[in-house]
Ligand binder design. Structure first.
Ligand SMILES: [Zn+2]
Length: 404
């Protein structure tokens, strides 16, 4: 079993040891040391990284028998070793992990909500509480946790047997046997834990709850501590700052301002639709005046169809549909209307007394020019069709004349 320096001295950044075995783990070179300050992934806390004799340690795993395996970028021979852990990463983990002890204890004390599990993520950490807690009580636990942080209480390590521990007021029962490592936040929390913690709560800096969600009858609480809280504040500040500049409002007016814009946009959309419908009737007259008489003897009871193929300016998909429908409301007429960027919409419509298939016509157009769409025999819609109207007209003429 590897002697774990961080058990007694979590502040050790560099250490001397001996490489006692060179092996592999998951296809990577790995070494075993007689003693190590590298923390292996366990108990919700990720592993440390760093250097061993100048070679990068890219992973640290714990074997079943308690051996710590250091995954290294290239093989290292047995012998003396000098280790150095990446302190920035480790200190971040210590802030988050100690913050978790304090926050879990605060939820326990303020809300009688026990922590069932903990996860320290790359950006955020979470604790899963055994039961739901209303927002005002989450805020109360957050206040209590930060009070303990700012009182700068001592965080100490001691060892006890399972029997001794059974008589102590541990926050959470432990099933571990043999010697237990106990971590105590002075007069606030006592837990069995093998992780790394800061020496005083003041080093946590601040504990900020960033969100929560209901989960299997309990509550998952997301939080950030210390340096991560500052990073989270900065990114929120930048995002909110950019938004308030665009909208010319104070941060607290942001939500109502966006709601207002939202409902304004909806209303404008409805107004535009109405106007387009009215305009469509007039525009349809103009387009119908330029309709081409197409031979469609084999496809329709009529000998000819009045065909309009056009790309009228400034109409969106909804407007084109209104326009095509207005043209197709005239007996013996059919329309293929194309729109512009960004969605390049297309609408194919025909009058009730014309037996052409609009969906089939659209299919022929998209097969030739790209894009997609579909619909009914009398009205079909699509998008992504980038094509000159005269080429589309030629194709449609050919399709309608050629079949049957
Ligand atoms: Zn811990």
């Amino acid at each position: 079993m590897t002697d774990r320096i961080y058990y007694r001295d979590p502040s050790a950044r560099e250490f001397d040891a001996t490489i006692v075995a060179a092996t592999t783990f998951g296809g990577r070179a790995a070494v075993v040391l007689d003693r190590t300050a590298f923390y292996p992934t366990s108990g919700g806390q990720p592993f440390d990284t760093g250097l061993l004799n100048g070679v990068r340690v890219v992973g640290v795993e714990e074997a079943e028998d308690g051996t710590v395996l250091h995954l290294v970028e290239r093989p290292l021979p047995p012998g003396p070793a000098r280790g150095a852990i990446d302190w920035e990463r480790r200190f971040d983990h210590m802030q988050q992990h100690t913050g978790q002890h304090v926050l879990s204890a605060a939820f326990d004390r303020v809300c009688q909500a026990a922590t069932v599990s903990f996860h320290l993520g790359a950006d955020r950490s979470t604790i899963d509480l055994a039961r739901e807690v209303p927002p005002d009580r989450i805020a109360a636990a957050e206040v209590e946790a930060n009070r303990v942080v700012w009182e700068d209480r001592a965080v100490t390590i001691r060892f006890a047997t399972a029997e001794e521990a059974a008589r102590l007021p541990l926050r959470k029962e432990t099933r571990r046997e043999g010697e237990l490592r106990l971590v105590e936040v002075q007069d606030f929390d006592l837990s069995a834990c093998g992780g790394t913690h800061v020496a005083r709560t003041g080093a946590i800096g601040v504990i900020a709850v960033t969100g929560w969600e209901r989960l299997r009858g309990g509550l998952r609480v997301e939080f950030v501590c210390g340096g991560r809280a500052l990073a989270a504040f900065r990114s929120l500040r930048d995002a909110v700052g950019a938004s308030v500049r665009v909208l010319s409002v104070h941060p607290f007016e942001l939500a109502p301002a966006i709601e207002r814009m939202h409902s304004d946009a909806k209303e404008q959309g409805r107004a535009v639709k109405k106007l387009q419908e009215r305009l469509a009737a007039h525009e349809a007259d103009a387009l119908v005046a330029g309709a081409e008489t197409v031979d469609a003897t084999r496809l329709t009871p009529r000998a000819t169809v009045k065909l309009v193929v056009a790309a009228p300016d400034g109409w969106d998909a909804g407007g084109l549909k209104a326009l095509a429908s207005a043209i197709a409301s005239r007996p013996g007429h059919a329309a293929v209307l194309l729109g512009g960027a960004p969605s390049f919409p297309i609408v194919v419509a025909r009058a009730a007394d014309v037996s052409l298939d609009a969906a089939a016509a659209l299919g022929a157009i998209t097969a030739r020019f790209g894009g997609k769409g579909g619909g009914r025999p009398d009205l079909a819609q699509g998008g992504g069709v980038v094509a000159p109207p005269d080429e589309v007209a030629a194709l449609v003429r050919q399709e309608w004349r050629g079949r049957g």
